[in-house]
Design a protein around this ligand. Structure first.
Ligand code: NAD
Length: 246
């Protein structure tokens, strides 16, 4: 029985793949054999560094700037990846923002931006990659949700709503694509040590029963498990150091 996912010849796109959890997923996909497109919004140097690490292990990499909340940018992103690496077999919807707001300081603009970046982007990217996946009867889509989809978390209700919506969309796509060889799953991490957590969320490792933050590599391991498994679809896999059991 194969113990390691072999993605030789596959093309993956990781949104927000320039740093944090996304960068660890990029590396894990490349180590499994995939050629990887690294989407980023503005941090070109980080994306170039992630691409260099992929090339260092003999895979192809392409760093592509795009705001995944915009339909035209997503269409251009997917075209650029297809032209540079080939059609996309694996999509990891990882890009996200966590604007920390309370009930009283949450503005309509904050709400709209969060839903656009964290939720609408998943719809836009998924729709853009599906034609090729359906044609070849094989595809893997993994959405990076959050413990905040089911728990309160420290970011705000707009973030809760965006990630809960993402998990609903995960099930919706999974049910409709199950006969077409395409799996759609979500990973729900809590408190992974990245810029997002370092930038706020009033989080300390003492909140976590395990006694430490999770690592981006631990999230990437779950993503790889989902990419390698044809029978599992429509699921959300949580990892939270014992903070929540769902
Ligand atoms: P991060 O801030 O380090 O990385 C976020 C990435 O998303 C960056 O590469 C950024 O450039 C990209 N991005 C943001 N807006 C974008 C846009 N409009 N278009 C394209 N790219 C965009 O954060 P992270 O912790 O690595 O978060 C990655 C994902 O994991 C996010 O969806 C986040 O909500 C989720 N998550 C993180 C934690 C955690 O504890 N760190 C917990 C639960 C869920």
């Amino acid at each position: 029985m194969p113990q390691i996912v072999d993605l030789t010849g596959r093309v993956a796109l990781v949104t927000g793949g320039s740093r944090g959890i996304g960068a660890a997923i990029v590396q894990a996909l490349a180590e499994a054999g995939a050629n990887v497109a690294i989407n980023y919004r503005s941090a070109a140097a980080d994306a170039d560094a992630a691409a260099a690490k992929v090339r260092a292990i003999g895979r192809k990499a392409l760093a592509v700037a795009a705001d995944v909340s915009e339909a035209s940018a997503v269409a251009k992103l997917v075209r650029t990846v297809q032209d540079g690496l080939g059609p996309i077999d694996i999509l990891v919807n990882n890009a996200g923002i966590a604007l920390i707001r309370g009930i009283d300081d949450l503005t309509e603009a904050d709400f709209d931006r969060t839903i656009a970046v964290n939720l609408k982007s998943v719809f836009l990217c998924t729709q853009a990659v599906l034609p090729h996946m359906r044609e070849q009867h094989w595809g893997r889509i993994v959405n990076i949700s959050s413990g905040a989809a089911r728990g309160a978390g420290g970011v705000g209700l707009h973030y809760n709503a965006s990630k809960a919506g993402m998990e609903g969309m995960t099930r919706g796509y999974a049910a409709r694509l199950v006969k077409e060889g395409i799996t759609v799953n979500a990973v729900a991490p809590s408190l992974i040590e990245t810029d997002m957590v370092r930038a706020g969320v009033a989080a300390t490792p003492s909140r976590i029963p395990l006694g430490r933050f999770g690592t981006p590599e631990e999230v990437a391991m779950v993503v790889m498990m989902l990419v390698g498994n044809a029978y599992m679809t429509g699921q959300t896999v949580a990892l939270s150091g014992g903070m929540a059991f769902s």
